[in-house]
Ligand binder design. Sequence first.
Ligand SMILES: Nc1ncnc2c1ncn2[C@@H]1O[C@H](COP(=O)(O)OP(=O)(O)OP(=O)(O)O)[C@@H](O)[C@H]1O
Ligand SMILES: [Mg+2]
Length: 343
Amino acid sequence: MLFDLIASKVSKDLAIDLGTANTLVFVKGKGIVLDEPSVVAVRKRDRKTSEIWVGDDAKKMVGRVPGSIEVYRPLREGVIANFEIASLMLRYFIQKVHQRKSFVRPRVIISVPSGVTPVERRAVRDATLNAGARDVYVVEEAMAAAMGAGLPVTEPMSNMIVDIGGGTTEVAIISLTGVVYSSSTKIAGDKLDMDILNFVRKNYSLLIGASTAEQIKILVGRAFQDNEEDEIDIKGRDLMDGIPKTITINSNEVTGSIMDSVNIIVNNVKYALEQCPPELAADIIDTGIVLTGGGALLKNLDVRVRREIGVPVVVPDDPLTTVARGAGMMLDDIELLREITNS
Ligand SMILES: Nc1ncnc2c1ncn2[C@@H]1O[C@H](COP(=O)(O)OP(=O)(O)OP(=O)(O)O)[C@@H](O)[C@H]1O
Ligand SMILES: [Mg+2]
């Protein structure tokens, strides 16, 4: 008891958004202090790990490494795919934000997608404990996102959150501090990147990397074509002769290539409204939909959801940090946290 009290004074409690694409760490009283890609690079010598790079340093190496280095993304589709590497990454990030100043292990809130299985949830908890946490509270991403977006989660009024990350798109309805409906699809940011990569390969015989495809999506991708037509030069390797080549593609082509996936995302939102109990749907007509996650920044997506579904749509100021900020808010409200983790 006394130890707990002292521990809570000297350790820095953390909230972590462990995402497929990015991991964010929020320190109590400080805010977000770390925001790096969920990527790890490992150099092996004689089958033993001799050097590791994590986050920004590792992402720079994607697609550029010699044979002795392997680059991992320890999460796939919102869940831990490589336990060892995920633990290693979390440990590195926790140590980085603590700058080895604190001797006491932190209490950690960490978020998971709503659709995870008990085994997957357990893996996240264990990886966090493995990484040096004292206590771990596993919370649902949708609840954290709703808090981060400033929604009244404790009221008996439903709110819809659509979180479009790298690995999953989650649609959740929240009411009275609980997730009352949720659905999840693996069509999200990474899939759009693959759509673009495949389009460029098929139509231009040009091989590009996933990071290039992501840049194309961010710069000229749209959820529907508008009157602005942008062009972008892209570099890759010609599939025929293996020589580096630059081509120019326009926003129409890119938008066309991601359209099937964008349709699935929008249809998932529609389907959620059709499937949920009528009282909840009725609330959402008034309260509207909040789009979060990096995918919420896809140009025209908010306009499209508003037009097709006919409810108000809001994208919070910084949708890439909404989950981390919301989980961070829970650090200040242990009562609410207990309620959330018990429900
Ligand atoms: N301006 C933008 N337009 C379109 N997509 C974007 C933009 N900015 C970021 N993204 C995409 O958002 C995704 C990352 O979002 P986010 O960090 O919310 O995912 P995550 O939380 O790591 O993943 P998940 O929640 O699925 O585990 C990437 O696919 C990235 O390409
Ligand atoms: Mg996320």
